[in-house]
Unconditional design. Sequence first.
Length: 156
Amino acid sequence: MNIEDVEIRAAGIDDLAAIFHLGERVFTSQDVSNLYRTWDEYEVTGLFNSEPEYMIVAEIDGRGVGFAMGTTINKARSAWSYGHLVWLGVDPAVARAGIGDMLFERFKEIMQEQGVRMLMVDTQADNEPATAFFIRKGFENPTDHVYMTLNLQKED
Ligand SMILES: CC(C)(COP(=O)(O)OP(=O)(O)OC[C@H]1O[C@@H](n2cnc3c(N)ncnc32)[C@H](O)[C@@H]1OP(=O)(O)O)[C@@H](O)C(=O)NCCC(=O)NCCS
């Protein structure tokens, strides 16, 4: 694979099925699951519907090999606008070739154009590829976050 052959572009309606199916392959293992978000059709269609400008794809010769998608968050009483990179995925067949990097850099540019001043990502603590990737991109202050569950169906 030649990195010069990779094109990063805005996602369109015709890309959604391919993004979804690539995500099914990429977000399968336990360590990329996330308690409050699950990869399903609605992640793709919902984000495309609400904020299509933050959905981009990577392709080689017309074949989708990666995607990034996210959202912006404006907090009350804060002048800052935050960007959240919600899903970033690269086809394992072309991993570690710089495609995640290209997607991230384009995503960051789009966020900057929108006036976003801080980007956020989250991933499971044991997702080492993603953690290494984000630290390499300059993310800092990883914060432990404890999730707890309460089973409301359990009868005492
Ligand atoms: C994280 C991910 C997007 C990186 O994509 P990529 O195209 O392989 O990344 P790049 O080639 O641009 O960057 C590679 C860097 O990422 C890190 N990295 C990627 N895969 C890694 C692995 N298996 N182990 C350790 N570090 C890894 C390294 O820092 C690496 O740099 P190096 O090759 O110089 O050591 C990809 O591994 C992926 O899709 N993972 C599954 C989905 C996921 O966890 N997404 C993030 C949370 S939404």
